[in-house]
Design a protein around this ligand. Sequence first.
Ligand SMILES: Cc1ncc(COP(=O)(O)O)c(C=O)c1O
Length: 369
Amino acid sequence: MASKIPFFNIKAENASYAKDFASELSHFLESGQFILGDAVTRFEQQYAAFCGTHYCVGTSNGLDALRLIFEGYKSLGILKDGDSVLVPAHTYIASILAVIQAGLTPVFAEPSNGFFNMDVNQVEQLTTSSVKACLVVHLYGQLVDVDMFRAYAKKHDILLIEDAAQAHGAVSKSGLMAGAVGDAAAFSFYPTKNIGALGDAGAVTTNDVNLTKAIRTIQNYGSTKKYHHDLLGFNMRLDALQARFLGLKLADYPAACKRRITIASRYLNEIKNSKILLPACDLDGSHVFHLFVVRVADRNDFMEFLISKGVGSLVHYPIPPHKQKALSEYNNHKFPLTEKYHNEVVSIPLYPSLHENEVQYIIDVLNTY
Ligand SMILES: Cc1ncc(COP(=O)(O)O)c(C=O)c1O
């Protein structure tokens, strides 16, 4: 049975843009500029201004944005092969893949008890002289404790890098926006993200001009001058057509983000069921609710109940990175809290195009479980 309320409605999220997308496509065809060029530059400037950073480099996707940050620091001699990077155990595997694929060593840290994000105290305990960077992930759209992590990175004189793939526009109590919290940040514009392209896309934000230059070179075949290659680079550029589409989405994002927070506030205030643990979070803009993740002891039973009521749900994520086959050398590591969360988490529908009556229905369904 198709859900009455799907977990995400990609058609509805994009429907209002149909005319503007068509018009951008026609400008794109007229421009003849299919790779890089003005449209990419325009979006980069728009996104840097949005995040409050000096620079933004559009990239092919979020994983490549992360990879380019690490490769960029390596080419500047700030990181080297084998350096350790602190990473959350509870995250999407992309965060870990980028570290490993860049020749660095992940050191996993558990989340804080009751929260989904990395615990700064545990990170502190794991910090040895081989740790040269900390990769924080603003998971589900919720910023990590920004002030604590900035103080920690400064104290140890290590890089603070953000995986902001899920946290576009989240603002800390101290007024810093995701992307402007650390030395560099990676974003994903995967179609279901809060700002979603019509295909793969991503970006790096930073205030570091040298890193920006390094990333621009590495992402473009290691070249700054056509057919002259200084580095063993990649092809990890932001697609010019996606840049145009993203510019349209970004202009409307503050309203879309507000709508996400409004729906989250209803869930937090109106879902009252002792079998469902609601996320610990504030409604002050530090969480932009890419996902609304609850915890239930008997997940299968709960998800079957949701199916029977026509409500879509998903699990983010069913298997933690250290238990994946691809990371077999970490399979014996034990992260009890991460493993418990992976067994209990369920994401319920939350996106701007949800109607009030659908939000009400979801609340009623969860309250009758
Ligand atoms: C936390 C996190 N990091 C990185 C990525 C990678 O982004 P992309 O899918 O655009 O490569 C994602 C998205 O899937 C993500 O959720």
